[in-house]
Design a protein around this ligand. Structure first.
Ligand SMILES: Nc1ncnc2c1ncn2[C@@H]1O[C@H](COP(=O)(O)OP(=O)(O)OP(=O)(O)O)[C@@H](O)[C@H]1O
Length: 684
């Protein structure tokens, strides 16, 4: 029997709860009204921009440029129904503060046209930093942080965090955001960027940052948000010089393609290394590619290129009117020798012609003539100089130089002697060369060599900033190629040494930065957002075998019951059953299988009547079930992952264990590992 005192307390409790509900409902209504007001203001901003006319432009070209700029601005002001306009709010009641009493933080700045009153502040503005960084230890002048929960475009919840020194547990809204089922391409994380991620996102433009991060720690997300941050903060400069995101393959680029547009950035290019350096037209054994990918090749190529300079067969004779002016053969040789290797090959060729012409001018002056600069140019372009130029300093293309190097063992020996061992030379030289450089086929490693040569011949222009994802997989020569593209800019280098699956995968980030030609700090992210703890622990059994030096990753969520490892008598039936079970739950399903088993599983699912897509360059798959070749899983994630036959994934390639580590860390909610053969010993 409850006591009277107890009854009153309970009744009181109910009243308090009811009051709380009313205040909560009122708060929610007020916040929704602010959202509606912001939406309307954004619409007005967009309409205003759309109404601006490019007719003010002086000429046709300027008009086209202005029109496309206006189009971009209208696109940037689009209201994406699924991406809430604001996600946070900060308040304080200190009347002496310079900060506004209330600020809403959102994807972009929104102001009320009439009064110019800011309704939402861009998350990248300096003042917004407090939303991400303020904490009990340092409230940064604010008293309360409010986070909003959204469902579609609807504001459905809010969560208050007093910034008064009380330490609070993890945010419910963050956990829900992470566990929200995946559909379609990658989402932005702008509402829930964590303090340690925010530090990387907001690093200055001059700084190159390198992030080592375990699977799912948000490296890709951080890199993309950093691009958006830099574009906001240095808009004009970067609009001119450009920002480029480099990712491992097209499927990955398609997967991340929606993030920047959702953040209002529609002008960032994305490319794979093959897009940048040229698609390979041939393949080769990994061991050969590893030699070609080694930075020592830069030396070999430099020597190979300069070996195209030839000794003059004779001197130079230039006729002007009735006079003839001569340079002796040794003089020509000295001029070439003085220039050799001091500048890019192409510039050297131009300078060589100018120096020859200059010497001829000196001869003219000796004979009492007074030629001016124009005469020097005329002489430099004259037939005898051109003929000598073609003989001594011939025009060459990167393809010609590499063709000669790889098809002629004597050339290779001359250029690579003392740099590559005899075995290495034998490995990269072509056994059966093509007829000419025109019909030669080039591998991915050759493409990086060609790029290096191109740069030795003519400077590669640099961009303002480069974001390089999965950087651990790039060869030293590929890193050099990327380094050239941010030579006068900076880079964000992202990756995980444990997920290196190429024959040349990096062993240290210091090496990566060195080959990239950038000085930068290496930061480590260790808190995983994607993979549940139980799954991460299972995958981490491989870590001592693939990257023993790395810290064991932790997960934000324990994920009890997320992992199933099952031996099945027959893989096809086991997979079909696991797919059916996953279909009963919410979210995307990735069936990750050894590459050569893909056709078999396509048939299995079709026979079982299970609709599915095969992961290809376009990430936009319609079906919930996606068959993913193990070699393409990198960087991707699915709510439910089913992995078929880990031993076969390991056996398929040299760094198969690292590949398996990648594959096992793609799951957001559940991982089902099915095997008929024994599991790899390292997993048990
Ligand atoms: N602060 C965050 N708030 C919400 N979600 C986050 C946050 N950080 C990361 N995530 C989510 O965690 C998942 C993993 O992030 P991401 O793909 O960037 O990790 P990664 O480190 O690049 O992983 P991998 O090395 O496996 O490719 C993504 O779904 C991302 O949206």
């Amino acid at each position: 029997m409850p006591t009277a005192e107890h009854e009153i307390t309970e009744a009181e409790h109910e009243i308090i709860e009811a009051e709380q509900e009313i205040t909560e409902a009122q708060t929610l209504a007020a916040e929704r009204a602010h959202l509606a007001e912001s939406r309307a203001a954004l619409r007005r901003m967009r309409e205003h921009t759309a109404a601006l006319s490019a007719d003010v432009a002086a000429d046709w070209v300027s008009k086209q440029i202005l029109e496309s700029q206006l189009e971009l601005r209208v696109a940037a002001l689009a209201d994406h129904p699924d991406a809430p306009l604001f996600f946070g709010r900060m308040d304080h009641d200190d009347s002496g503060s310079d900060l506004p009493a209330t600020m809403y933080v959102g994807r972009r700045h929104i102001h009320d046209g009439d009064e110019g009153r800011p309704l939402v502040l861009d998350w990248r503005a300096p003042v917004s930093r407090a939303f991400y960084q303020a904490g009990p230890a340092d409230p940064m002048g604010w008293r309360r942080r409010r986070r909003f929960g959204f469902n579609g475009g609807e504001l459905t919840a809010f969560e208050d965090e007093p910034l008064d020194g009380r330490a609070l547990g993890p945010s419910q809204i963050l956990t829900e955001e992470i566990e929200r089922p995946r559909t379609g391409p990658m989402r932005d994380i702008v509402a829930t960027i964590q303090p340690e991620q925010d530090v990387i996102v907001r690093a200055g433009l001059a700084a190159t940052v390198c992030v080592q991060g375990a699977p799912g720690t948000g490296k890709t997300a951080v890199g993309l948000h950093r691009a958006a941050y830099l574009l906001f903060t240095h808009r004009e400069r970067l609009a001119r010089s450009g920002v480029l995101i480099v990712g491992p393959n097209r499927a990955f680029l398609a997967y991340i393609s929606a993030v920047l547009p959702a953040l209002g950035e529609v002008q960032v290019d994305q490319a794979t290394i093959d897009d940048l350096l040229g698609e390979p037209t041939a393949t080769e054994p990994a061991a050969v590619a590893a030699v070609k990918g080694d930075a020592r090749m830069a030396d070999v190529l430099r020597k190979a290129l300069w070996r195209h300079l030839r000794k003059p067969e004779e001197g130079l004779v230039v006729t002007r009117g009735a006079s003839r002016f001569r340079l002796a053969e040794h003089e020509v040789r000295e001029i070439a020798a003085a220039l050799r290797g001091t500048m890019r090959y192409g510039n050297g060729r131009t300078s060589f012609a100018q120096r020859l012409a200059h010497q001829i001018l000196v001869r003219m002056e000796e004979r009492g003539e007074a030629p001016d600069d124009r005469v020097q140019d005329q002489v430099a372009r004259s037939k005898p100089v051109k003929q000598l130029l073609d003989q001594v300093w011939p025009k060459v293309t990167a393809e010609q130089v590499l063709f000669r190097l790889l098809s002629d063992p004597a050339e290779l020996r001359a250029a690579a002697g003392g740099v590559l061992t005899d075995e290495e030379q034998a490995a990269i030289g072509w056994a059966k060369p093509a007829r000419s450089h025109r019909s030669a086929k080039w591998t991915a490693a050759d493409r990086a060599l060609l790029d290096e040569l191109n740069d030795l011949i003519e400077r590669t222009p640099s961009l303002g900033h480069l974001v390089v994802d999965e950087a651990q997989d790039l060869s030293e020569m590929q890193l050099r190629a990327l380094g050239r593209r941010c030579g006068t800019g900076s880079a964000t280098v992202l990756g995980d040494l444990a997920q290196g699956t190429t024959a040349w995968s990096a062993r240290s980030w210091e090496d990566v930065l060195r080959h990239l030609g950038q000085e930068g700090e290496v930061t480590e992210l260790t808190l995983g957002f994607r993979v549940p703890g139980s799954v991460l622990d299972f995958a981490a059994r491989l870590l001592p075998h693939v990257a023993p030096e790395l810290a064991v990753p932790r997960s934000l969520r324990p994920g009890a019951g997320a992992l199933t490892v099952r031996r099945v008598p027959e893989l096809g039936a086991g997979v079909a059953e696991a797919v059916k079970a996953a279909l009963a739950r919410e979210g995307s399903i990735g069936l990750i299988v050894p590459d050569d088993a893909v056709p078999g599983y396509v048939a299995t699912l079709s026979e079982a009547g299970l609709a599915h897509d095969l992961l290809g360059p376009q990430a936009a798959a319609d079906e919930r079930v996606l068959i993913v070749p193990a070699s393409l899983a990198k960087g991707l994630e699915y709510d439910h992952v089913i992995v078929a036959e880990p031993a076969a994934i390991v056996a398929a390639e040299e760094r198969g264990l690292a590949r398996l580590y990648v594959v096992l860390t793609r799951a957001v909610s559940t991982l089902t590992v099915l095997h008929r053969a024994d599991l790899p010993a390292q997993l048990t």
